[in-house]
Design a protein around this ligand. Sequence first.
Ligand code: ATP
Ligand code: MG
Length: 389
Amino acid sequence: MKEIILIKNGELALKGLNRSAFEDKMIKNIRRRLSDLGKVTFFKSQSTITVYPESEDFDLDEAVERVGKIFGIAGYSRAAVATKDFEEIKRVCIEYFSASIFRYKTFKVEAKRSDKKFPLKSPEICREIGAVMLENFSHLKVDVHHPDLVVTVEVRDKEAYIRGNQLKGAGGMPVGTSGKGAILMSGGIDSPVAAYMMARRGLELRAVHFAAPPYTSELAESKVKMLTEKVSAYAGRIELYIVPFTKIQETIRDACPEEYFTIIMRRLMMEIAERIALKHGAKALVTGESLGQVASQTLYALACTDTAANMPVLRPLIGMDKNDIVEIARKIDTFETSILPYEDCCTVFTPKHPNTRPHLDEVLKAQGAVDWGSMIEEAIENTKLEVIG
Ligand code: ATP
Ligand code: MG
């Protein structure tokens, strides 16, 4: 039995004239995400995209799993393909549901007929298919209001498709339709969640990670790669830039007042991330900051880091509780990796008494004691690129 995937657009439907461009971007994203699974053809009709595998060995289970993580999709379902012979449609229907039907107690049938020449009209299709289901699965009952299973038979131009309940898609907007942004990616819980959330709003991501070897280990770096990979299941391909930050951090430690360590470090991170973002087409920075979570995330501290970059700094977690962030981290499967105990460059030089009410003029004065220019240049020059996903 041949199976395909039917995809319903999400928020796209609202975008008026842009709709077609959004749809094309979504198809491009789907095509890319499925490209290593074999040849597929895409059909677009109204608000449905049909993913039609061309090769025999196409891994549909894996494809469905991936489709569930692609943004811009409101709902999706697998469907069995039948020729437009009604006897065959009935046969395929029984065969298709026989393995999973024990999960359902009630059902109803819906029919869509875009081929108006098909000999049966929609109500007749519903009635006949309903009868054949009841005949073959004796435990089933019809419930037209709240059925456990909706069997949909769609008669199209060339073939008929039979499907069960639609699954909820990842929602949001297709990655790339909102431009590009650079996520400051640590190895913690928050930044992967922030990345996921902005990708869901259509942002194509670059990631910037600051590493401070030997204070931070190879393992800490591979943890960041793992996290970026997990995010890329949703966000698609991500360019990960790894910035050598040791010299800058040592200089902060040696030349700046301890109470401002973190804030100056964060400012320099912002400055470097912005430079990298600009160089690679990104127009915003994204961080995993959440108001009041740590000393560097008080309103005073955020005001000081904000001015280090000129581009907008998006902080999708700003108003979220840690519990809610963790819930998303679990859902997107980054949590277990995030809590692996490798050090981050932030934690290596954490001051004992950070100033939670830093004032910009004082921070600028403290930061201004050092000429950072050549160190920043050197860090950017020695940045490594890893392409993930
Ligand atoms: P996270 O769980 O994302 O690490 P956090 O609660 O530990 O966040 P901080 O460590 O203060 O908070 O970092 C705040 C934000 O700064 C992070 O969400 C991330 O966007 C950025 N950041 C921190 N450390 C790094 C790093 N080593 N490289 C890149 N970005 C970083
Ligand atoms: Mg952190």
